[in-house]
Design a protein around this ligand. Structure first.
Ligand SMILES: CC(C)(CO)[C@@H](O)C(=O)[O-]
Length: 414
């Protein structure tokens, strides 16, 4: 198997682009980000990897873990080190030197507990893997926008759809100065065990494809294989990383996996959050089953009418309400103890991905002249739950228990 250095040299020669460094930057160290960074570091020839952290506290936690990422396979932790780190402080990325570099450093910094030298931020980003939640992506990309160029490639591995359209509108309106995009669907079973430690529950895959914008239907895009050097490099690097089980697909092929994932999310994630329950509690429940069927009628109609999918054989069968329903029941039965990601986000009072799930169906339905009222209602129910939870928290009266005095033997508070 070729090393990453050979890959960089080959691609530089083939595409006549000297100066590629082969460095991969990763933002978002949840389950997917940790697993991908760990997998790249587990290669026989690991490429240079930089983890981008938005808060000094994330780095402090990482340092407590001896700057290692762990994936637990069959009960055994596999620890990997060797990651470079950059931390955002005052809108500037600061590179945190590795242990070896620190030994040589003589400067001190006040933002990172005054122990480590913080050199100037690093420059251009060639390959960026974004694994944060869809609702955070715009903010995250704004933070590295000045380090991206039309020669960069960004790979998005996230739930939901509509993120790239939003980025193009808000951050990269000029097509010529836009970076190249790739998207991926990760189906490995991952479970968070601790910060920077993920359990690998079952083997899945990572399906990848470069993103083409402005080509409808997508089947037309199959003729175009002129990918940017950084796209070629990232695709080669990931597909040759054994633990990822990654494959390259066409844009139309990938979109179909994304839509299946979207349908599962629109039903299981949203209903799990509204009912505040685990996947298993949505099974064998007649009223839930009625809701699922009705939601799927709208979801299936929108997907089957998408102009991007025109000309692809078998779309009506693959995305029929009944097939989607079976797919969803399969996921729920195989992962009965899973808690929906939207439910988790609500629990921790974070924003949710609802606008990129049911919200996307509503938006695309509108463009196609379909009123998806049930998906709209589900979107609003999740948003209203978020509103209630946030307001409940905001209006809670803080009690200073340290200063509460118990008076008399009746146990009354004084
Ligand atoms: C879809 C899901 C509920 C499956 O367990 C979960 O993966 C989620 O919420 O993204």
């Amino acid at each position: 198997m070729s090393t990453w250095v050979q890959d960089v040299e080959d691609i530089s020669r083939e595409t006549k682009t000297p100066g590629l460094t082969g460095r991969v930057h990763i933002i978002g160290l949840g389950n997917a980000g940790t697993f991908i960074a760990h997998s790249l570091a587990s290669r026989q020839s690991p490429p240079p990897i930089t983890l981008l952290m938005h808060q000094a506290s994330f780095y402090h936690a990482f340092r407590r873990k001896k700057r290692s990422l762990a994936v637990n396979y069959n009960g055994l932790d596999d620890n990997r080190t060797g990651f470079d780190v950059e931390v955002l402080h005052d809108k500037v990325w600061h590179r945190i030197p590795s242990k070896e570099e620190q030994l040589e450093a003589d400067e001190n910094s006040d933002i990172l507990e005054g122990e480590e030298a913080v050199p100037e931020e690093e420059g251009h980003i060639e390959c960026l893997i974004v694994c944060c939640k869809s609702y955070m992506t715009e903010k995250v990309i704004r933070g590295v926008r000045h380090r991206l160029s039309p020669d960069s490639t960004i790979l998005f591995i996230q739930n939901g759809l509509g993120i790239i359209e939003k980025l193009n509108k808000e951050i990269f309106p000029d097509e010529k100065s836009r970076p190249h995009y790739m998207q991926g669907v990760l189906s490995h079973g991952l479970k968070k065990q601790d910060s920077y430690r993920v359990g690998h529950v079952n083997v899945g895959s990572l399906v990848l494809s470069p993103v083409v914008t402005g080509q409808t239907p997508l089947i037309e895009a199959e003729k175009d294989t002129h990918w940017a050097p950084t796209t070629k490099y990232l695709l080669r690097l990931l597909t040759l990383t054994p633990s990822l089980v990654a494959t390259a697909d066409t844009p139309a092929g990938l979109l179909q996996y994304q839509l299946e994932r979207l349908a599962v999310g629109c039903v299981l994630s949203s209903l799990g959050a509204i009912h505040d329950c685990k996947n298993r509690e949505l099974l064998y429940n007649f009223p839930v089953s009625r809701t699922m069927r009705l939601l799927l009628l709208e979801i299936s109609s929108v997907i089957c009418a998408l102009p991007e999918l025109r000309g692809i054989p078998g779309i009506e069968d693959r995305f029929s309400p009944e097939r989607l329903r079976r797919l969803i029941l399969n996921v729920a039965s195989n992962r009965p103890e899973d808690t929906s990601s939207i439910r988790n986000d609500l629990h921790y009072q974070r924003n949710t991905e609802i606008d990129f799930l049911n919200g996307w169906i509503v938006k695309r339905g509108e463009e196609l002249g379909m009123k998806c009222v049930l998906n709209y209602m589900v979107q609003q129910l999740v948003l209203s739950r978020m509103y209630i939870i946030n307001h409940r928290e905001a209006s809670a009266v803080p009690i200073d228990l340290d200063n509460v005095i118990l008076s008399g033997d009746k146990g009354k508070y004084a």
